[in-house]
Design a protein around this ligand. Structure first.
Ligand code: ADP
Ligand code: UVW
Ligand code: MG
Length: 399
């Protein structure tokens, strides 16, 4: 079966086409800057040169049609017809308490995702646009929703409830949900394989560090706590998001700066984190380059970022009453050796010992970057949310 996996952001469509017989990626790509005349399509057929083109792509329907056109293109495609796509797996960021598992999408599921839009106003609306576009262009295919939040539905009440009047949870479901669950679950399984130990025996702290970043405490293979909250804003310092702050800052800044709620929400989600502190960039590559070229603000941003991550790991070590392995994954976690080094360089209390040479010159694939003497393993594991989504889609469409 050929499965198309799509992950729709507010102005982007990430896609990956699988031949599931061999779990082989046939093609993948990214449409970005949707909504502008200068949208960019990056497309790559496995084993072939990358293809990049700019076009006017005004909405996600046009974006998905562009993807399907290139996938069926004589020169650039890998499909004779869109009818070859048996199923579509959709990443949906927020499933609320409605979904602890992936589901085949029907009208009821769409309504439930819509209901959770106010819990994930930056993520669920584009996810819904992608579902609408795909169902419109691939009406013959089955469509499956795989939720970031599902893996965290095992959190105990003392982890997910906020210390607010209980009525807010009862009436409005105000609680911690957590995100990146598909990724945290995937790397936990990969870690058990790498360590040669049953997942059920392990205490793991998974650090999914990308533009969005979250840590999760995993015990017996289950999420028991995670740093993102009701929305993907809470927790770590991120590329553009502030993460944990004193909630009293919001009304204070609104009054002092005469900002609306929308403006202060946008400030915290899009203009804070690395870019807010450094004034340089949300991209860790530019931050590390700037920091080592003497940009004091970039260096400060890097110090804050890794300090916050170290604190979170310490908190989850306490929550787990120990830890067997710390996992780094996602764009920053997999690629920024300095972030890994600065994060674990003050963990002697835990007996963590980093193999600096290996960390600085990392081979591909899942790796142990701690020394054999280290009392806690430190791992780098490439995540693969898209493969997990494809597997979930196959499981549901086949069953
Ligand atoms: N080689 C690299 N070195 C350092 N950071 C990197 C590298 N490649 C990607 N990144 C970081 O990863 C981020 C993207 O993370 P990723 O998990 O791929 O995306 P997203 O968070 O959007 O899902 C980039 O913004 C950049 O900061
Ligand atoms: C939930 C979230 O932050 O997703 P991403 O890291 O893909 O932005
Ligand atoms: Mg991501």
């Amino acid at each position: 079966m050929k499965i198309l996996v799509i992950n729709c952001g507010s102005s982007s469509i990430k896609y990956q086409l699988y031949n599931m017989e061999k779990e082989e990626v046939l093609a993948k790509g990214l449409v970005e800057r949707i909504g502008s005349e200068q949208s960019i399509l990056n497309h790559q057929v496995t084993g072939k040169e990358k293809w990049v083109e700019t076009a006017e792509i005004l909405d996600h329907r046009q974006g998905l049609n562009k993807v399907l056109a290139i996938l069926t293109d004589d020169q650039l495609g890998v499909l004779a017809s869109v009818d070859e796509v048996g199923a579509v797996g959709h990443r949906v960021v927020h499933g609320g308490e409605d979904f602890a598992q992936s589901v085949v999408i029907d009208q009821e599921v769409i309504q439930a995702i819509q209901k959770n839009v106010d819990l994930a106003p930056l993520h669920n609306p584009p996810n819904l646009l992608g579902i609408d576009a795909a169902q419109h262009s691939l009406p013959h295919a089955s469509h499956v929703a795989v939720f970031d939040t599902a893996f965290h539905q095992t959190m105990p009440t003392h982890s997910y409830l906020y210390a607010l009047p209980r009525v807010l949870y009862r009436k409005h479901k105000v609680r911690r949900y957590g995100f990146h669950g598909t990724s945290h679950q995937y790397v936990a399984h990969q870690a058990a394989e790498l360590l040669g130990r049953p997942l059920e025996e392990l205490k793991l702290i998974s650090c999914h560090i990308g533009n969005g970043a979250s840590c999760t405490a995993i015990e017996n293979g289950l999420s028991i706590d995670t740093s993102m909250g009701m929305t993907p804003l809470e927790g770590l310092m991120m590329g553009t998001r502030c993460g944990d702050i004193d909630p009293a800052i919001v009304p204070f800044v609104m009054a002092k700066e005469e900002l609306t709620l929308g403006e202060v929400t946008s400030m915290m989600n899009k203009h804070s984190g690395l870019v807010g502190v450094s004034g340089l960039s949300s991209d860790m590559r530019e931050i590390t380059e700037g920091a080592f070229e003497g940009d004091k603000n970039a260096r400060l941003a890097l110090e804050m970022y890794t300090y916050r991550l170290r604190k979170q790991i310490g908190a989850y070590t306490a929550a787990l009453d120990g830890v067997d392995a710390i996992i780094f994954t996602a764009g920053v976690g997999e690629n920024a050796s300095i972030v890994r080094e600065w994060t674990v360089n003050r963990m002697n209390y835990l007996g963590v010992e980093l193999d600096r040479e290996k960390n600085a010159d990392l081979p591909k694939g899942p790796q142990v970057i701690s020394t054999p003497e280290s009392q806690v393993k430190v791992l780098v594991i490439p995540t693969d949310e898209e493969l997990m989504i494809a597997r979930e889609t196959r499981r549901l469409v086949r069953d």
